[in-house]
Design a protein around this ligand. Structure first.
Ligand code: GLN
Length: 273
């Protein structure tokens, strides 16, 4: 009984993490210890962290907008900057809105929207990656939000066309050539499909914008995250799709959200793509 594993192990762990380049070494050490696996498990987690594995995969959860969101290996880890996507979506969405999240990953955005929107009807979250779908199902189970598997709007029932007040998505937007510049944690451990947005980063967002008008209710919004350098180009994409574009920036979190509003005179059923 009573081997003083914790104090000794903790200090050693902090300095190992610090040497490995973890900026928040104390906090990470505290969380790894609190994960409660015992000394052997802790040593294994420390080795994996020092080798570069994201802390969130080791813990099995990420902190997002004040909540713990479960994350499975390979599934996109919710980023602090995506809080702007959530607050932007909340700002433009009225009460009792019908909401769909596409490219949902872990389902983090839906989880927070469920708290912040007034009487939302979160009708579905969608992802193309089976690992993300399984993870989002766990994160959204208690909210009763169905998580559907498929590409963008494909798995939604046709009867929802023209009826959605909010379509929110953190789609992949990293230009393929910039993938090598991502932090190694993202590059080596997250699914590239969650990050790689094709030659100019807008390949998926372009398909999303083109299809959105046929799903949005008049006055409804598509709300997405982009890189700041993509604002002008994506503004043009939204306009071409018949949506009214605007952008919101938060320098502190290096976040840019963009909206496309479906004009009230535009009925979705005119577009069948
Ligand atoms: N690198 C971006 C980020 O970390 C990628 C997000 C994305 O492609 N959706 O926020």
């Amino acid at each position: 009984m009573g081997t003083p594993v914790f104090p000794v192990g903790y200090d050693v762990l902090v300095s190992r993490l610090r040497r490995a380049g973890c900026v928040w070494a104390e906090e990470e050490a505290r969380l790894l210890v609190a994960a409660g696996g015992g000394p052997e498990k802790l040593a294994e987690l420390a080795d994996r962290r020092v080798a570069g594995e994201p802390l969130e995969y080791l813990l099995g959860w990420a902190q997002f907008c004040g909540e713990r969101i479960e994350v499975d290996p390979g599934v996109f880890v919710p980023r602090a900057r995506t809080a702007l996507l959530v607050s932007t979506a909340v700002r433009v969405t009225g009460p009792a809105a019908t909401v769909v999240e596409l490219c949902c990953g872990s389902g983090a955005v839906s989880r927070i929207l469920a708290r912040r929107l007034t009487a939302p009807r979160l009708v579905a979250a969608v992802d193309v990656d089976p690992a993300a779908v399984a993870c989002a199902r766990r994160n959204l189970a208690d909210l009763g939000v169905p998580v559907l598997s498929g590409d963008l709007f494909d798995p939604l029932p046709a009867a929802w066309r023209g009826r959605l007040d909010l379509v929110v998505a953190n789609a992949p937007y990293v230009p393929t050539a910039a993938m090598v510049l991502l932090p190694p944690e993202a590059r080596r451990y997250e699914s590239p499909a969650a990050l790689d947005g094709g030659p100019d980063g807008l390949a998926v967002l372009r398909r999303l914008a083109a299809a959105a008008p046929s799903w949005l209710a008049p006055g409804g919004h598509l709300v997405v995250e982009v890189g700041q350098a993509q604002v002008e180009r994506f503004q043009a994409v939204l306009s071409e799709a018949g949506l009214v574009p605007s952008a919101v920036r938060d320098d502190a979190s290096d976040a840019t959200a963009m909206m496309g509003r479906c004009p009230v005179g535009m009925t979705g059923r005119r577009h069948e793509n």
